[in-house]
Design a protein around this ligand. Structure first.
Ligand code: UD2
Ligand code: MN
Length: 599
């Protein structure tokens, strides 16, 4: 009993720690539930906005608008609680928080304030198809060495990666975790990790460091060559593995050692650390040799059981996969002539398929990965290693088809891609199929570039997010009026100009002041552009549907703060005046950051 009491007290204390100094949050939690002004005691679940959704698009199309945020009497769901907790974790309470957050975005390109406050052992939603729960795996699966390379990773995020593996991998299947510190230059990072592992007796985790910065490809080789397990599992250093993630991977390799298998990569939002399920998509590429996600061929998921069966994939994203150790060695490991980042995923994909193996996605294995908006590091010599590495892929594996790549990359002409003779030799020794065979047998869906596409060869987005649905569901429409004034938030220009700032204007029923809220908590002006939190002020921007800086929470009704999930701050103004510019502020100034939603 005392144990329960102390646990309870502990939670209360840590909770207070999180919300200390923020009286508003203490008194008004949970504030992402809609509290109607008429019925102050009622709770409305943000999740259950489906009631507003019903027929809402028809509603809008017919010119009528939803008049009111209607109440729903549903207890907060588990998902609501998780959302609420993530929201609290993101709150910027003072300038110190702001500093940590800004510095974190610079060094790591994600929200370290949230990540730090999350701690090392959070649970994640089980995103597997429910049929996965009924699958049983043979006894005596091979053991795995999990290899995690990192360069300047944020320590709490890395530790959560490690703990998730330790917590969710059966002991007998985990030989070791090899942590390869690729010469990180954040002061004390290496020592701090080392201390942590020692203090917590984490002897299964071995921290190693090559003599020079190798880049992720040679750092993985460094780890693989020291691994004791029968299977190698590669992971990025900012992931969280899901329940029973490793069994289906090992089981498939045990059946056939020349299958290389991948989990489905779920999405950990870089701004909020929300963990969400990814759709079943497979890996492809384009002629710029950029990896991309694509829909499965028609018919792949016809029957229920197809959702638990391995799915063939022409390529891998690169970060997360399992491979039989002996097969990895026999196959020529990785191309050690590749530097820092990029291209190795297509190289190993082509090689596996062309030289007799196969590459599969395992839907019952899921691992979340933090998808960042940019890569926060470069190469030591400042060169584009992706291009260098892609040239090696093209010249070793693509035969005449490499011309399509070269046509797209006029900047590739004078790049020295190094000596590839040993890789060509490998291809010969392994008696691999040619690239034409690969295209015809593994990836017949890939179209050859047409003249049209030549024109589209402009800069490819660096991105490789699993895509998101484009359908937008509006759940409410209102003006946003500064409380106790007659001033409303409006675009500084028209409603169409990307990047426009927002200002206060005298409230008037025109479209520059008409905000449409979506079921993803976006605020869309005149159904065109999304309100997006910037560093110090919000702007109008193309809706990216990724939540984060376009995700806004409020209580509805009158006198509500409008909180941004990524920024951890609220929508505000510096003064009550026409033309005053909207800013992002700490959420503790009701005079200048409380709003009435006027329907
Ligand atoms: C994707 C892959 C990544 C890799 C890359 C192409 C996923 C989820 N991620 O990019 O694994 O295949 O495409 O090369 O599929 N690192 C080092 N040394 C370095 C640079 C990076 O150890 O010099 C580490 C880094 O800390 C991270 C991993 O390598 O753990 C991958 O790097 P990333 O997360 O920046 O790559 P990502 O996910 O954008
Ligand atoms: Mn990554």
């Amino acid at each position: 009993f005392t144990w329960i009491i102390s646990l309870y007290l502990y939670f209360q204390l840590t909770k207070n720690d999180i919300v200390a100094n923020d009286t508003r949050v203490q008194t008004e939690q949970p504030w992402h539930k809609y509290n109607s002004i008429n019925e102050p005691s009622q709770k409305y679940s943000s999740k259950d906005k489906s009631y507003l959704k019903k027929g809402s698009s028809n509603f809008l199309n017919s010119g009528k608008l939803i008049k009111k945020l209607q109440p729903v009497l549903a207890p907060p769901s588990h998902k609501d609680k998780v959302e609420e907790e993530l929201m609290n974790l993101g709150i910027v309470r003072n300038s110190k928080d702001q500093e940590i957050r800004d510095e974190g975005y610079k060094t790591h390109a994600y929200n370290v304030l949230v990540s730090t406050r999350l701690g090392y052992n959070r649970s994640v939603p089980d995103t597997r198809n429910k049929l996965c729960k009924d699958v049983t795996y043979a006894k005596g699966l091979p053991s795995a060495s999990v290899i995690i390379c990192f360069y300047n990773e944020h320590m709490p995020t890395l530790l959560r990666t490690i703990h998730s593996v330790l917590d969710r991998t059966p002991k007998h299947l985990l030989e070791e975790i090899l942590l390869i510190d690729d010469q990180s230059d954040i002061p004390n990072l290496h020592e701090d990790i080392d201390d942590y592992l020692k203090k917590n007796n984490m002897s299964k985790v071995k921290l190693l460091k090559p003599e020079t910065r190798e880049g992720l490809i040679r750092a993985r080789l460094f780890g693989a060559r020291r691994a004791q397990g029968k299977v190698l599992v590669f992971l990025d250093s900012h992931v969280e593995v899901n329940v029973a993630w490793i069994e289906p991977l090992l089981s498939r390799i045990a059946e056939k050692s020349s299958t290389v298998v991948m989990p489905i990569i779920d999405i950990i939002n870089a701004d909020t650390f929300a963990y969400t399920s990814s759709p079943l998509v497979r890996g492809g590429f384009n002629w710029g040799l950029h990896f991309k996600w694509e829909n499965l061929p028609k018919g792949t998921l016809d029957k229920n059981e197809d959702f638990v069966k391995p799915i063939k994939s022409p390529t891998m994203a690169g970060g997360l996969f399992a491979i039989d150790k002996k097969y990895f060695i026999d196959m020529g490991e990785y191309d050690a002539g590749m530097n820092i980042w990029g291209g190795e995923n297509l190289e190993i994909s082509f090689r596996i398929w062309m030289c007799g193996g196969s590459l599969e996605l395992i839907p019952c294995s899921r691992v979340g990965h933090v998808f960042r908006h940019r890569r926060p590091y470069g190469s030591p010599d400042g060169k584009d290693t992706m291009l260098h590495n892609s040239l090696r892929v093209a010249y070793v594996w693509m035969d005449d088809y490499k011309q399509y790549f070269l046509n797209q990359r006029s900047d590739a002409k004078n790049i020295d891609y190094g000596d590839i003779s040993s890789r060509l030799q490998l291809r010969k020794e392994l008696k691999c199929h040619d690239f034409d065979w690969y295209l015809k047998n593994v990836y017949p869906e890939l179209a050859l570039p047409t003249d049209d596409e030549e024109h589209l060869k402009k800069k490819m987005p660096d991105k490789f997010q699993p895509w998101h649905s484009r359908k937008r569901n509006y759940v409410a429409q209102y003006q946003i009026r500064l409380a106790n004034t007659s001033l409303c938030v409006q675009s500084s220009k028209d409603t169409k100009t990307k990047g426009s700032s927002l200002i206060l204007g005298v409230c008037a029923k025109n479209k520059r002041q008409m905000w449409y809220e979506t079921d993803k908590n976006e605020l869309v002006l005149a159904q065109l552009l999304c309100l997006q939190a910037g560093k110090s002020s919000p702007i109008l921007y193309k809706c990216h549907e990724m939540g984060g800086n376009q995700e806004w929470k409020h209580k509805g009704g009158k006198q509500t703060p409008i909180y941004n999930m990524a920024a951890g701050t609220c929508l505000g103004v510096s003064k009550k005046a026409v033309n005053a510019t909207l800013t992002m502020k700490l959420c503790n100034d009701p005079e200048l950051s409380n709003w009435d939603l006027v329907v």
